[in-house]
Design a protein. Structure first.
Length: 267
């Protein structure tokens, strides 16, 4: 049976992040992609110029439509926008009982534009974390979720991951891509302790969509029945290759996207 992954996220009109990045990632990793769109953004490599959040009833209808027909193997959430959307998605996830869930708590775009209303952050913590197999915040998102300073060391990342784990998720992956040093180190916390995933840091500003891509890659591998540790390791490698290849894309005038389909270009 063909593995299916579902993304529940916003649309990026420039194609580098959001639903578009997720579907490219699913395809690149050999998984069939389905989508529930939560918002439409007018967005490019220089920033977000506009956002339209879709009505809760159409978001719920999309989820019901997918659940009634497709055998979804894993789900990832991305941009949810506001509290009503978070609540709608949390309720809709009941239709996907037992399906592995990756929560990417998207708050701010690479450009710095805010993508999650302040009153929705608590709903993410209380409604989505307890449902998640893994939550994938970057350093700034982890700090915002905990209302704490941004972690500046691996020990601090582990402490913050432990605090986030206490909110109910089965695992937390804090991504270190926005940190310093020669290595980009991500830390996975679960009941089994901590694991670190490292890759050489790439000097580039073309990292638009990396958070979406990482979470989507994890979901793709979970849909293929990988363990979480194996899924994170594979996703880390895929994202590193996509960032490396993305340096040659020359898309847009700002912070360009990674190259999701680098493998196809090499054929």
């Amino acid at each position: 049976m063909t593995a299916i992954a579902l993304t529940i996220a916003g649309s990026d009109s420039s194609g580098g992040a959001g639903i578009q990045a997720d579907l490219k990632t699913f395809t690149a990793l050999g998984v069939y992609g389905a989508s529930v769109i939560t918002a439409i953004t007018a967005q490019n490599t220089m920033g977000v110029q506009g956002v339209l959040t879709l009505p809760p009833d159409i978001i719920a209808a999309q989820m019901t439509s997918i659940a009634s027909d497709l055998s979804v193997g894993a789900i990832k959430t991305g941009m949810l926008g506001d509290r009503a959307t978070v609540e709608t998605v949390a309720n809709g996830l009941r239709e996907f009982a037992g399906v592995p869930l990756v929560i990417d708590p998207v708050m701010v775009a690479t450009s710095g534009d805010v993508l999650l209303a302040p009153d929705a952050i608590d709903a993410v913590r209380t409604r989505l974390f307890p449902l998640a197999d893994v939550v994938t915040p970057n350093l700034r998102e982890a700090a915002r979720l905990l209302e704490a300073p941004v972690a500046s060391s691996l020990d601090e990342m582990e402490r913050q991951a432990e605090h986030l784990l206490a909110l109910g998720a089965k695992a937390v992956l804090i991504k270190g891509g926005h940190g310093d040093g020669p290595e980009a180190i991500d830390i996975l916390a679960s009941k089994d302790g901590f694991r670190r995933f490292s890759a050489p840091r790439i000097a580039t500003r073309h990292t638009h969509g990396t958070g979406c891509t990482m979470a989507a890659a994890i979901a793709a591998r979970l849909a293929e029945k990988d363990t979480l540790v194996a899924a994170v390791a594979a996703a880390k490698q895929y994202v590193w290759q996509a960032i490396d290849a993305g340096r040659a894309l020359n898309i847009g005038k700002g912070d360009g996207p990674v190259d999701h389909i680098f493998a196809f270009r090499k054929q």
